[in-house]
Design a protein around this ligand. Structure first.
Ligand SMILES: NC(=O)CC[C@H](N)C(=O)O
Length: 199
């Protein structure tokens, strides 16, 4: 695929930063608020934000089922933070009746690093990268359990949360607990763009 169009779910969350990074990488990046926009996308980013609000707005704007269909149908999709929660098949510590789009056979724990720990940063080894990624976590989830066929791309390396999985990939789907869009480092987005180009 020479120049894919990558959508960013834009009903709520950290949309602009993803659009900027994707545009800098050289793909066409569009905000997705309606099905006509989703139909133009070869791949999709679900940003950080608030997963409960995202799910409700997706229902209200009648995007929930179309998104599920595209994700299940093989559209490469990358969820960051709240976006990781949206892609998870199962949630721990979700809000009452919290829905997710699902697709990734993982269990995520919401606000896993503790409600008090609003945000922190650290360097992470990321599968296939020759230098660590500087990762920013903001009320982040972690991956509590991986289904078969899901691979861990990054884990926390030190401190109380050492060993916790914070980036995963299964086929056309990937997710990170952290926010790769807040940095000038575009390697995680390039990893996703390559996945879109290969599909
Ligand atoms: N930065 C984020 O995306 C935070 C995620 C948020 N805690 C949620 O549950 O949706």
């Amino acid at each position: 695929m020479p120049s894919p169009t990558i959508g960013v779910f834009a009903l709520q969350g950290d949309v602009r930063e993803h659009l900027r990074l994707l545009t800098e990488i050289g793909v066409t990046a569009i905000g997705v608020r309606r099905t006509s926009e989703l139909a133009q996308c070869d791949g999709l980013v679900i940003p950080g934000g608030e997963s409960t609000t995202m799910a409700k707005l997706a229902r209200t704007f009648e995007l929930f089922e179309p998104l599920q269909e595209r994700i299940r149908g093989g559209m490469p999709t990358f969820g960051t933070c709240a976006g990781m929660i949206m892609l998870a098949d199962r949630i721990e510590d979700g809000a009452h009746d919290q829905e997710t789009l699902g697709g990734l056979d993982i269990t995520v724990r919401r606000n896993a690093f503790g409600r008090q720990v609003h945000s922190f940063e650290g360097d992470l080894d990321f599968d296939g990268f020759d230098a660590p990624v500087h990762a920013v976590f903001i009320r982040a989830p972690w991956v509590e359990q991986l289904g078969p066929g899901v691979e861990a791309l990054a884990t926390i390396q030190s401190g109380e949360a050492a060993g916790r999985i914070v980036a995963v990939r299964a086929g056309h789907l990937m997710a990170t607990s952290f926010h790769p869009e807040v940095d000038a480092d575009d390697r995680v987005h390039r990893y996703f763009v390559d996945l879109v180009r290969q599909s």
